[in-house]
Design a protein around this ligand. Structure first.
Ligand code: GRF
Length: 205
């Protein structure tokens, strides 16, 4: 039997790109079943873009301020992602909420990794908010993006202890170790096995 073509991944980033790097390493094995065909960012000069370039993956940058309105940015971003014909679009530390056009185009295949156990601590300060609340366990959540803020159907969650003496930085780094492993495992399973979503329940056969 001829192997199916690898699934096409477009990864969106805003920062250090350690989740992206984990995906680049995982997808270098053909058995993983996917390849990163492009990396998009909302800003220049970030380490994640260097990881992509080092791996020979094409990149694009769509900064919100380069467009007359947020809607124009959303349309441009959706267009640039579409050029790469993705089977799955992955927000990996991408610090922008996409808009209507993007979700119309990719809402059935746009996933995000968040550094807290949703629905607790949505938004961009997950570890800081978890520490401030005093929870003893937090973690990371992988989910399909919908029009809300970190509200979409959950694919997977992994727990991480909060330790006495943790700072935002130490907790964030501990979460990221678990988060990367979860992202790689479940992106692989999604592309190889497919999925269904019914009443918010994501099932991978
Ligand atoms: C991740 O922990 C993600 O959940 C959060 O920012 C971090 C991104 O890290 N939103 P990196 O850029 O993949 O290293």
């Amino acid at each position: 039997m001829i192997d199916p073509a690898p699934a096409r991944l477009v990864v969106l980033i805003s920062g250090s790109g350690s989740n992206l790097q984990a995906l680049l390493e995982a997808t270098s094995d053909p058995a993983f079943g996917a390849e990163v065909v492009a990396v998009g960012a909302d800003r220049d000069g970030i380490a994640g873009l260097e990881h992509a370039a080092a791996a020979g993956v094409p990149t694009f940058v769509d900064s919100v301020k380069a467009y007359p309105s947020r809607d124009d940015w959303d349309v441009a971003l959706a267009g640039h992602v579409a050029e790469h014909r993705p089977d799955l679009v992955i927000s990996a530390g991408f610090l922008k909420l996409v808009g209507k056009r993007f979700l119309e185009s990719f809402g059935d295949r746009y996933i995000n990794t968040h550094n807290a156990l949703l629905p607790s601590f949505p938004g961009i300060h997950g570890p800081r908010d978890a520490l401030a609340y005093g929870v003893k366990v937090t973690g990371a959540t992988l989910f399909f993006v919908d029009a809300g803020v970190d509200t979409g159907p959950i694919i997977a969650q992994t727990s991480v202890p909060v330790l006495d003496g943790d700072t935002e930085e130490t907790l964030s780094e501990r979460i990221k170790v678990a988060e990367r492993a979860q992202l790689v495992e479940f992106v692989g399973r999604l592309v190889r096995e497919g999925w269904t979503i019914e009443d918010r329940k994501v099932r991978i056969p």
